[in-house]
Design a protein around this ligand. Structure first.
Ligand SMILES: Cc1cc2nc3c(=O)[nH]c(=O)nc-3n(C[C@H](O)[C@H](O)[C@H](O)COP(=O)(O)O)c2cc1C
Length: 210
């Protein structure tokens, strides 16, 4: 069981802090779950150009950058904590590029991300700077790729929303209300991932008995 935390920030700052904190919380409560951190910072990652190479050749993307490797790293995980800074009330272009590059998942490897689980976190410099819109976009991007989105109860709803006050990890950490939405959400993700894992084993056993 592996949970992969992804930061869509081009910096080592607020989103990195939030995603790493989320992974720490999971580790504290569920030490048997493996966690891994992946950052889009410094990665060469162009958006999809709709050349249809993957569709025609039934192959990975022809663009020679870090995109394919990042997506393959995602395929190795069971669940995702996906965090993005809010840029113009949306996820970052880096995060949008990552998801646009997943067309080979659609056309070539449709099972690759199916039945994995994910949650969304958005970190904005303004208190109401579009975090809700950014988590909506992240949730929708996951849904288009077959990832099942885990929601939270009251105060968390559809994703973690953090106000960094444009002050990096310190600012994000100071937003104790926002960070609570992160903790609640990622612990629910971990719980669901474990239930899912147990369910898969039970299903395989019952299929063996038939
Ligand atoms: C190009 C750009 C656009 C931004 N747009 C928004 C925005 O629409 N809403 C908001 O709350 N913050 C916005 N911000 C501020 C960042 O979301 C905020 O500083 C965030 O904490 C950055 O995350 P990071 O520290 O992980 O890089 C923007 C920042 C940049 C560079």
């Amino acid at each position: 069981m592996k949970i992969l935390g992804i930061s869509g920030s081009p910096r080592k700052a607020a989103t990195e802090y939030v995603v790493k904190e989320a992974l720490n919380e999971i580790q504290k409560k569920y030490p048997d779950i493996e966690t891994e951190y992946m950052s889009l910072r410094g990665k060469k990652l162009a958006p999809c150009t709709h050349c249809d190479y993957c569709k025609r050749k039934k192959d990975w993307c022809i663009i020679k950058d870090d995109g394919n490797a990042l997506i393959k790293q995602m395929i190795e995980a069971d669940a995702f904590v996906i965090g993005t800074p809010v840029y113009v009330m949306e996820p970052t272009p880096q995060m949008m590029a990552l998801f646009s590059r997943m067309r080979p998942i659609h056309h070539v490897f449709p099972e690759a991300l199916r039945n994995k689980l994910g949650v969304s976190l958005a970190v904005g410099g303004a208190r109401n700077g579009g975090q809700e819109l950014a988590v909506n976009a992240l949730n929708n991007m996951m849904l288009t790729r077959g990832i099942n989105v885990i929601s939270n109860e009251v105060f968390g709803y559809h994703g973690g929303k953090i106000w960094s006050q444009d002050n990096g990890g310190k600012g994000a950490g100071d937003d104790t209300v926002g960070m609570k939405t992160v903790t609640d959400l990622v612990l629910k993700l971990a719980e669901n991932a474990l239930i899912y894992e147990a369910g898969k084993i039970a299903l395989a056993q019952s299929n063996d008995c038939r």
